[in-house]
Design a protein around this ligand. Sequence first.
Ligand code: APR
Ligand code: PHB
Length: 389
Amino acid sequence: MRTQIVIVGSGPSGLLLGQLLAGIGVETVILERSSREHVLGRVRAGVLEQGTVELLEEAGAAARLHAEGLPHSGISLAFDERLHRIDLAALTGGKHVTVYGQTEVTHDLMDKREAAGLVTVYEAADVALHDFDGAPFVTYAKDGVSHRIDCDFIAGCDGYHGVSRKSAPERALKTFERQYPFGWLGVLAEVPPADRELVYANHERGFALCSMRSTHRSRYYVQCPQDDRVEAWSDDRFWDELRRRLPEQTAASVTTGPSFEKSIAPLRSFVAEPMHFGRLFLVGDAAHIVPPTGAKGLNLAASDVRYLFAGLRDFYTDKSQSGIEAYSQKALARVWKAVRFSWWMTTMLHRFPDTGDFGQRIQEAELDYLVHSQAASTALAENYVGLPW
Ligand code: APR
Ligand code: PHB
């Protein structure tokens, strides 16, 4: 079999790229290791930059997002027993973010792909990439039968644990990594959110975040030890700990209820350079991971897709190589800014083993400066809504 581009992975990166390429008549096959249900069962973050929304519009997959997504023009930082609002719109010339779960983004993109009759092979085992320095092809097994697909390019959209980055020549790849000495315990519950907007809390007991999926579904997180176990956290214990880390008034607005998802995620920053090897491109989590504090994971994936799509469009419409040659450098310039922002937000808001009383006061001073200096608030706001492309 032959197609123009094999996309490995049907997360948001792979699906969005496939949809944009379909719009210009470029044929793709997506190979996904898991089942559709498994991909849609993963709970991930839910804050979309305006640029991400625009790209989903271009892909024709933004109708439900516009109907159900919640536009937010601010966030709050909680410290010193008070909420301090950062007016994102006022500080960025009217920009806002949209709160809409990543699972829903994936769902909408899958529906579009299926409606257009485009091929996704779920439960594709043993995906292997070949000859991406020459005439590339991809092999895989489905129901015990081996298959081969020849193609012009391979897009490695298969996340951090995927096969694509591992297929790149080791000596050509440089990786950068930082592990954070804690995790996030996250809970989803069918209860109205504590605040209209997101609240990022710095507290002596550790970080907490009040987020949401809709006006009746809340997503909350508390910082926890890296080796903590979900079983150790009853719903009651979670709600108590969350409320202790929030200012009194916000804590009083937390509606508790049974959780229907509870999980612990580690925090890390990771970047692989370059993101382009011959006819193989790395996209999204396959090339980089950020801690969730800046809500940048999905937005960075979309930003990679935008650069790669532009390069591939120039290749197929004008026979120009320059866009795809520039992909890695352009994508990485934006990636590193988001890596810095996510690291900074994480550092400022969490309790580290060596934070101590001194570190806590330094964090509070930084936060106080941040909310009272227009220059500092603007720096946060323009990063949070998304830097220019
Ligand atoms: N073969 C085929 N598919 C694979 C393989 C493999 N060897 N390995 C992984 N995959 C699939 C996974 O099952 C997953 O569905 O690739 C997909 C990768 O999707 P994501 O991990 O969601 O990565 P990406 O599409 O880049 O999305 C980035 O997801 O992890 C979050 O915070 C991150 O929001 C960001 C977004
Ligand atoms: C979420 O809603 O899951 C979420 C929101 C903002 C973040 C991280 C996660 O920074």
